[in-house]
Ligand binder design. Structure first.
Ligand SMILES: [Mg+2]
Length: 350
């Protein structure tokens, strides 16, 4: 009987291929051939031998599939990335400075005037204007306490589905894991409060203040604005031990220019979530949506390498239909009237 089983097994070795190809008639033909062998050599009834061989062949096929899958999993280690995102107007709709002004009863026009004035001076890193005002502007400095910053975090309007984005980045994309970090010039208290239960506090890097016993802000300990974001990202890359090409950065404003240039030059991936001229020109992709999940589209397309159909199916599996996906390249042109030769000559003669 043993010799017959060995012979049958040899015949069935070809069965896996037939099953994979879905050629069921040929598969049954092969099993029948093996049954004949068993009947002739060992005197087993045809019915019994056929049932035995179908069971045996199915076991062998399943066993080989499991082994292949296990080997495949071990052959493909998880690819680890850092996903770093700005906060104001990247994960939110409005700037925390405006929400704080409203809370304090300072008009938004007044806040805008002060912030613009600061930006014009180029005294502080781009994006750190609010931090500077909190420390030095009498109107803000005298009023703002830690609890106001926490309250701003509760009032700021977040983009939809940040929590789901965080879960998908963690373990929702097969073969990939993205560590979600927030790098922002906004006060760290605002971000902690806004993203409570969504992003762990040790994954949030915002501007840090020291406070006096009276509750007033005493000094800035660290401003995560402009080049400050580069420093934090480099530190994260070292501690997380990922290559520079395994960094994805998402941002919307001038505070993100330094870090985007830094990520791009080292083969990382940058996504702008606004059409702000300087940022959109630097970022490798620009994506505009009110839903935080939208940033997954360029990541799945460029980093993970999926086709659009698969990306649509992926969003569909989470209950989202990509209604419109328009891709446009924007060129910014400023045209001015060219001066004629005689106008130039007349100007130089004056
Ligand atoms: Mg921003």
């Amino acid at each position: 009987m043993r010799a017959s089983l060995v012979a049958s097994k040899t015949i069935l070795n070809g069965a896996e291929n037939l099953v994979k190809r879905g050629v069921w008639r040929e598969f049954l033909g092969m099993v029948t051939k093996a049954c004949d062998l068993l009947c002739r050599k060992d005197g087993i009834s045809f019915g019994h031998s056929r049932a035995l061989l179908i069971a045996l062949s199915m076991f062998l096929i399943c066993h080989s599939h499991v082994c292949t899958n296990l080997m495949g999993m071990s052959d493909k280690p998880l690819k680890r990335y850092i996903f770093a995102s700005d906060f104001d107007q990247t994960l939110t709709f409005n700037d925390s400075g405006y929400v704080l002004s409203e809370l304090l009863g300072v008009s938004t026009d007044e806040f805008e005037r002060k912030a613009r004035g600061m930006a014009k001076l180029n005294l502080v890193q781009q994006g750190a204007e609010l931090a500077y005002l909190l420390l030095h502007d009498p109107e803000f400095h005298s009023q703002v306490r830690k609890e106001h910053l926490y309250e701003v975090g509760k009032r700021v309007r977040l983009k939809e589905n940040i929590e789901l984005l965080s879960r998908i980045l963690d373990n929702g994309i097969e073969g990939y894991h993205f560590d979600f970090y927030v790098l922002s010039a906004a006060p760290v208290e605002v971000i902690h409060s806004a993203l409570e239960g969504v992003v762990p506090p040790d994954h949030i890097f915002g501007t840090r203040f020291s406070y006096k016993n009276s509750g007033e802000i005493e000094r800035i300990d660290r401003a995560t604005a402009g080049y400050g974001k580069v420093a934090v990202l480099d530190q994260l890359q070292t501690t997380q031990q990922v290559g520079p090409d395994h960094i994805v950065y998402v941002g919307d404003g001038s505070s993100d220019i330094h870090v985007m240039l830094h990520v791009n030059v080292r083969d990382g991936f940058t996504i702008a979530v606004s059409e702000a001229k300087h940022v959109a020109q630097i970022a490798k992709r620009t994506i505009l949506s009110t839903n935080a999940l939208a940033v997954l589209a360029p990541i799945l397309e460029d980093t993970v390498g999926w086709q659009r159909l698969r990306i649509r199916e992926f969003f569909d599996s989470y209950g989202f239909l990509i209604q419109e996906w328009d891709r446009v390249r924007t060129d910014w042109l400023t045209l001015r009237a060219a001066e004629s030769d005689w106008q130039q000559q007349a100007a130089s003669a004056d």
